[in-house]
Design a protein around this ligand. Structure first.
Ligand code: AMP
Length: 284
């Protein structure tokens, strides 16, 4: 496995693979890799001849006052994991390699990027779409792998690929959780012991919501209120949002009468965590 830091090196490697007729899978990440990321890598390795993993803490998707500087980084650990899981190439650019001082072209989306995380992080998806477009142009993969943990991001990327006619298959992968239900996340490392225990409220509250929906509740207000009430019982937790949206458009809905995403963002102390589940009514 190779670890490279320049766009040129990625292109040289990819060109050679394409000449050999190899298929390429791509897993974009911000690093500090855990089992959630590695499930994407494993899927890619199983479906493609070569897998590229990018490890890049992308400055343009962080807003002012967010955790860009403190975001955890450990490229040696990440590269070792990627090698063990069968990746062929890790791309770990410096910010200057991706954004020179004249950089001024962004990929902006409307609609899907107005609700949920976009309310608290208004420039986040512009940064995500921009960096993912750049990475797609650099790696030119056949398939790219994204986690359902970031469900709005997955919907946004699917839309962007359609809208901009990118010839890349987007593969969504299920959420990988800790034993107590907490969705794995690089940001979980911010939590102290008490906060870590409190963070189980995210998955627990969603399980309550899911049970309600599975028992036939179709009012979004009622389901959202039940989830919110469970989160509010936890003193260290503060709700950012609890929202049910159309699974494709990410627009709020009042009734669960189509495929929906039930999503929440919760502050545990200063750490903002997200979780979700999808629901589609089975046809009788
Ligand atoms: P990040 O490094 O947080 O930007 O995540 C990189 C990719 O890994 C994204 O597509 C995430 O959705 C995915 N991912 C992160 N955590 C998990 C998880 N617990 N389960 C599944 N996918 C995940």
């Amino acid at each position: 496995m190779k670890l490279v830091k320049t766009i040129k090196e990625v292109r040289e490697e990819v060109k050679q693979w394409k000449r050999e007729g190899k298929t390429i899978g791509f897993v974009p990440t911000m690093g500090y890799l855990h089992d959630g990321h590695m499930s994407l890598v494993d899927k890619s390795v199983s479906q493609n001849d070569r897998t590229v993993v990018s490890v890049f803490v992308n400055p343009t998707q962080f807003g002012p006052g967010e955790d860009l500087e403190s975001y955890p980084r450990d490229i040696e650990h990440d590269a070792k994991l990627c090698e063990e899981h069968g990746a062929a190439l890790v791309f770990n650019p410096e910010p200057e390699e991706m954004y020179d001082e004249m950089f001024c072209t962004y990929v902006e989306m409307s609609g899907l990027t107005e609700e949920l995380c976009a309310k608290t992080r208004p420039t986040h998806f512009r940064g995500v779409c921009t960096v993912v477009s750049k990475l797609f142009n650099i790696v030119t993969p056949d398939r790219a792998y994204f986690g359902e943990k970031d469900a709005q991001q997955l919907a946004v990327i699917r839309r962007m690929v359609k809208d901009l006619s990118m010839d890349i298959e987007i593969v969504g992968c299920p959420i990988v959780r800790e034993e107590d239900g907490l969705a794995k996340s690089s940001r979980n490392t911010y939590l102290n012991e008490k906060e870590r225990a409190a963070a189980t409220v995210l998955s627990r509250s969603l399980r309550i919501g899911k049970r309600l929906v599975e028992c036939g509740e179709r009012s979004c207000g009622a389901v959202e209120a039940a989830i919110r009430a469970e989160v509010e019982r936890e003193p260290l937790a503060k709700v950012d949002y609890v929202k049910i949206v159309d699974a494709e458009t990410m627009k709020p809905v009042k009734k669960i009468d189509r495929p929906v995403l039930v999503a929440e963002a919760v502050y545990i102390g200063k750490t903002r965590l997200i979780d979700n589940f999808s629901f589609t009514e089975e046809k009788q």
